[in-house]
Design a protein around this ligand. Structure first.
Ligand code: ACO
Length: 320
């Protein structure tokens, strides 16, 4: 049998940190409101010249260096992003050129905040099918470029960054399971409404729109079902999980999910306070942080999950 396993991870966060105090001077909000409703204290914001492909490249180079590999050792790149630098070439191809590995397949996919989980599932399936041996999986986002900085209900939530994971074929399972879902009936609750082929011609003025409290309710319900079902497929429950590595949208959503699993918050990787919601980048950023600081150890059972616009959602059960 062919399986995939995580060899190494990497991350990149832009230098500029935007604090809640600074946001108080930009919109009618308060540090106390943001912390109480979301758990966010600060977020990183990319410089105007920083690109999604460039942030992805920085995270990928860190993962390659950690693994002791060269970019030439990779045979597929899959990137999750909702904020591509260009419509085409896709951001994974732009990143491939920056990494200097012409010829290997590279594509990005769009699943809002679930982008990394979708990309991980695709990469895992390529490896299981024997179509790839070593895959670079990236989540990279410049959310600051699609939020309305005058809309206090959304601009306080998001941040920029990138995370990368190298997957490699193995005979003993690392990625034990991936599950993906989407339900387009919820498309109006969380969206960036214009696009290249859209009948609307207001692209430059458009921004992310969200019905926050409705998103919150559906996210808790869908993710709660998702993780319980994922574990049940393997005759497991929350007790077996060493680390929950959730999408970092809101600390209250995360603690509701942990409660559903009876998992103490000490076994949850929480980065939303420092990173905000970095969409596709949030899960690989959190994963890399907890591996680097030694919390996640080889052999640990990890449950990764994400929920985003669409709605899209999914999870991955991983033996690290
Ligand atoms: N500062 C101060 N007050 C604010 C702010 C702010 N930044 N934003 C909203 N408010 C006000 C509202 O205007 C409202 O005032 P009112 O009662 O006078 O009308 C009040 O606060 C409560 O607003 P709600 O939206 O009901 O607040 P809620 O407790 O739901 O928190 C939040 C809002 C944080 C957005 C929450 O709903 C949430 O996190 N939702 C989920 C978001 C999410 O998970 N997104 C995931 C995916 S993102 C992606 O895919 C791109």
């Amino acid at each position: 049998m062919r399986y995939s396993r995580i060899v190494a991870t990497g991350h990149y966060l832009p230098e500029r940190v935007l604090t809640n105090d600074e946001l108080e001077r930009m919109v009618e909000t308060s540090d106390a409101w943001i912390r109480a409703r979301t758990g966010i204290r600060q977020r990183h914001i990319a410089a105007p010249t920083e690109s999604v492909a460039g942030m992805g490249e920085r995270a990928s180079r860190m993962a390659l260096e950690t693994a002791g590999l060269a970019a030439e050792d990779i045979d597929l790149i899959v990137m999750g992003t909702t904020t591509p630098d260009q419509v085409f070439p896709n951001s994974a191809v732009i990143m491939q050129e920056r990494l200097g590995v012409a010829g290997i397949p590279a594509f990005s996919l769009e699943a809002a905040c679930s982008g990394f989980i979708y990309a991980l599932a695709v990469a895992d399936n390529f490896i299981r099918a024997g179509s790839a041996g070593r895959v670079l999986v990236v989540g990279a986002e410049k959310m600051s470029s699609i939020v309305d900085w005058n809309d206090r209900s959304t601009c306080v939530l998001f941040g920029d960054g990138a995370g990368a994971v190298i997957l490699e074929h193995t005979q003993t399972p690392g990625i034990l399971d991936t599950r993906l879902h989407a339900d387009g009936r919820y498309k109006d609750l969380l969206q960036f409404p214009s696009g290249i082929a859209s009948s609307k011609a207001r692209i430059a003025e458009d921004a992310l729109q969200m019905k926050g409290s409705e998103v919150f309710r559906v996210a808790v319900a869908k993710l709660g079902e998702e993780i319980v079902e994922t574990l049940a497929r393997h005759d497991l429950d929350g007790n077996a999980v060493d680390w929950l590595v959730p999408h970092q949208a809101n600390a209250r959503i995360i603690s509701a999910i942990a409660r559903r699993l009876d998992l103490p918050m000490e076994r949850v990787v929480l980065t939303v306070g420092e990173h905000g919601n970095t969409s596709s980048a949030s899960v690989p950023l959190a994963l890399d942080l907890a591996i680097r600081d030694g919390r996640i150890q080889r052999g640990d059972l990890l449950l990764l999950e994400a929920f985003g616009g669409g709605f899209t959602w999914g999870s991955a059960l991983v033996r690290y």
